[in-house]
Design a protein around this ligand. Sequence first.
Ligand code: NAD
Ligand code: 89V
Length: 344
Amino acid sequence: MAQTKLRMAVIGCGFFAQNHLNAWGMIPEVELVAVCDRDPEKAEAARARFHAGRAYTGAEAMFQAERLDFVDIVTTMETHRPLVALAAQHGVHVIVQKPLAPSWEDCVAIVETCRVAGLRLMVHENFRFQTPILAVRKAVAEGRIGTPHFAQLSFRSGYDVYAGQPYLATEKRFILIDLGIHILDVCRAIMGEARTLYSVTQRINPAIVGEDVATTVIRHENGGTSIVDCSYSSQRLPELFPQTILRIEGERGTIELLEDYCLRITSNGAVEERSAEPDAPSWTAKPWHVVQESVLNLQRQWVSAWLDGTEPETSGADNLLTYSLVMAAYESAERNAVVVPWRG
Ligand code: NAD
Ligand code: 89V
């Protein structure tokens, strides 16, 4: 018997949603039943371009009219809590973009709403699904370097991120909650949970409101140490946006993700080097391809977890542990103190 497709809708058809919509088009198990954006032109443009069944300008009307299995929320964070509550009222499972919400209280409420309603919740935390990051995670999991005891995860760029995402320039809290959240999540995925954390932030660019540089030192549960350093005020050529440069050390070797996705593994005294750059789909464009392709990898994870009846890897509960690192980093920077992050 033919498998019925999962009926889905996308809410928010702005800058980043174009990647979600392109990627859903490559997943045969889903059907894009509807799109929704409060801007009618964006909603209609997405409907036409991605062959969605219908376009809506209000999520309430869409939930009332459509029979949906899940919704993919790609709006900015202040709208996530009410939109998830609406989905839950209609018994619709949810994927929601990072950051989950502007406050810890909102994040917990979102996770709790879905738990009580018995709904699946995945946070679209995609950096850990980037092809080069997956290659690093695989090498660690295979024991190529033994147990990791040190990591440096570095994202330093002078890229004009404000051109595509102008709201970032006016946020009181910027780099930790927008970008640091990705890198801290990758750090968790490789090095495990944090016991303590210390963070220093700076604002170098005078034209923006929030901090654009953040340096965080983490002591992990297993005794390992990580440095997570992020900057949008690093002027250097060649510009590496949006590459994460990594170095993971264990007792038997070192895994490095170097410029232009060069993966170098030193294991038991032997060195191996190869490219970990993704074979990007046609709708992607450099330099964004590594991020764009990770959207597709994340969506495939959602569908396979759905079909297996397992929790998606970046579930709401999992993402609270990443979000708590962001909150701890802000608290640490404000108090100039070592902070113990929330652990559940
Ligand atoms: P955007 O402002 O370009 O798009 C958001 C869209 O949502 C807009 O078109 C807006 O009209 C619509 N919208 C807002 N509230 C709505 C509502 N209640 N109902 C229907 N439509 C509504 O923003 P963006 O840059 O696309 O960012 C969206 C989210 O994606 C943010 O949370 C951002 O952090 C995240 N993002 C993630 C990545 C990543 O790699 N994971 C990259 C970029 C952006
Ligand atoms: O995730 C984000 O919102 C983006 C980027 C990937 C560039 O950090 O701002």
